[in-house]
Design a protein around this ligand. Sequence first.
Ligand SMILES: [Zn+2]
Ligand SMILES: [Zn+2]
Length: 336
Amino acid sequence: MGNDQAFAELGLPNDASESEIKAAWRRLASRWHPDRNASAQAVARMQRINQAFEAIQRARQGGDGAAEPAAAPEPPPPAEPARPAHPPIHRKLKLTLEEAAAGCIKALRGKFTPTCSHCEGLGHRVLGSRCRRCRGSGTFVRPSAWFGWPGQPEACEDCAATGIAREHCKPCEGRGTLAEQDYEVQVRIPPGVREGDLLHVAARRAPADLEVQVGVAPHPLFTLQDDGSVHCKLPVDGFAWMANRAVTVPTLDGVQTLALQRDRQRYELPGMGFPLRHRGPRGPQLVEIEPVFPEKSSTDQDILLDQLIASHASADPRLAEWQRTLRARARKRSRG
Ligand SMILES: [Zn+2]
Ligand SMILES: [Zn+2]
């Protein structure tokens, strides 16, 4: 590469200073280094940048190419963190409706393969200086068996054809990952999570952040509506219903006493449903009762029912009045 061409490659005028040359190299290397640039031309471009830098150094030293040129300077650290320490661990978590309503703490255990922090998962570390084997060109020519007959240039394995020296990462033995380890994380579930909700759990004791997808199991008694109301249908003793007695009703919090009214089959328990949003106020629980009577009453029950009817018929003025009306009509007809 000629001197003019070399300066052009680095985007510099021919009278650029030493510091300008190094700054230009750093800028271009940070853009084109194959570890940071996945495009197809990155390797070739990085080689040209290195060759240009070395050609200028050679010319400045008045060398003829035989002198060892200055090593390319260290590439700059990337402007932003190259990658998060570890990608988040994705987990699914099945909750009961009660757990989802009230919130809970769940232990999540699993296995985790950490990314090697020494090489950020690359399996090697980039040293920044020129690769010795290929002298920074990214390719080298294996000596031919035929004296004086050059072999085919091959991509340099030591530097993955980048021309920049790299060293094998010893802690991970070049794999980029470290030995698998167990983890256990206590996940705090806020009240009011719904099926499909994603919870981000910051890594404090975990090896990486967790992305937890919540599932809520169907409940045997309750169905949850979008408005936060929880519906349930339950049988009650028909006689207890007739007698306005109290019955025990299941709720998300346990059980509650409900005073039945014999003219009602639907009841609302305010604040006993599901949170409308995370940590928000709770909707109502809607209870629909189904009064259950014996299909065929027993003799004892019939006696008791007859007593009940007799005592009521004479005591209730509305029924006594009706009986009088009926008797008056009967008298008219017999006279008629
Ligand atoms: Zn490593
Ligand atoms: Zn090399």
